[in-house]
Ligand binder design. Structure first.
Ligand code: ZN
Length: 221
């Protein structure tokens, strides 16, 4: 199995680095690869693809996005290349905006007879904490404490995602949050980051062990 971490380069408020999603995807992919494939078979960790589809953050400096079409094409070609030497490809996704591209590319790879699948890094179940808020900041305090500037952390938009989605779609993150933060990073702690990390890993490992890619989207159930 080959494991590809897929992240993004996009603003994460004033307190987290633009490569946050790539760092979370890489840490998850590294842990998953260390445990091996569904039957404990050997897994190779690939270098991360650190650019994704981040159009909703484009008005903020630091955001570098290739968009959904280019990302779908990149994942498709990387998957075709990898499948010449690996029986299986797992993409570990750290950014929600990449999902449309992943659904398209991974289901195409599967249609071509390649055993590709992807899994999300489940950072938070809280619909008011979706970007650079409590969960992501806590995880970064646990995994990369030297990269977090807690002195700059400030509460962002804390309305539920379902409520702000129309405004987000029309005007991007800037339409609902001047700082770019969706959630409240001021409550983040290293201890909660460790707890969330264990939950994230258990979720990811369960998906790999079961290896049940969804028929329409290629996401591991
Ligand atoms: Zn993020």
């Amino acid at each position: 199995m080959a494991v590809l971490p897929l992240g993004a380069t996009e603003q994460h408020g004033p307190h987290l680095p633009v490569e946050t999603d790539t760092l979370l995807a890489t840490a998850t992919a590294r842990a998953v690869a260390a445990a091996g494939g569904p039957a404990g078979d050997h897994a190779t960790l690939l270098p991360a693809l650190g650019f994704g589809a981040s159009g909703e953050h484009q008005t903020f400096p630091g955001t570098v996005s290739m968009g959904t079409d280019a990302l779908a094409g990149a994942v498709l070609e990387l998957g075709r290349s990898v499948s010449t030497w690996a029986d299986r490809l797992l993409v570990v996704n750290g950014h929600g905006g990449n999902v449309d591209a992943l659904r398209r590319a991974v289901s195409r790879l599967r249609y071509e007879g390649r055993d590709a699948a992807w899994l999300p890094c489940r950072t938070s179940e809280d619909p008011t904490d979706t970007h650079a808020g409590h969960a992501e900041t806590s995880l970064m305090l646990h995994l990369h404490p030297g990269l977090v500037r807690m002195d700059r952390a400030a509460r962002g938009c804390t309305r539920p995602l379902g409520e702000i989605l129309p405004a987000l779609r029309a005007g991007g993150v800037a339409a609902v949050s001047a700082s770019g933060v969706l959630g409240d990073p001021t409550t983040a702690t290293e201890a909660d980051g460790r707890r969330l990390w264990e939950l994230l890993l258990a979720d990811a490992r369960g998906r790999v062990t079961r290896w049940q890619p969804g028929e329409a989207d290629g996401m591991l159930r």
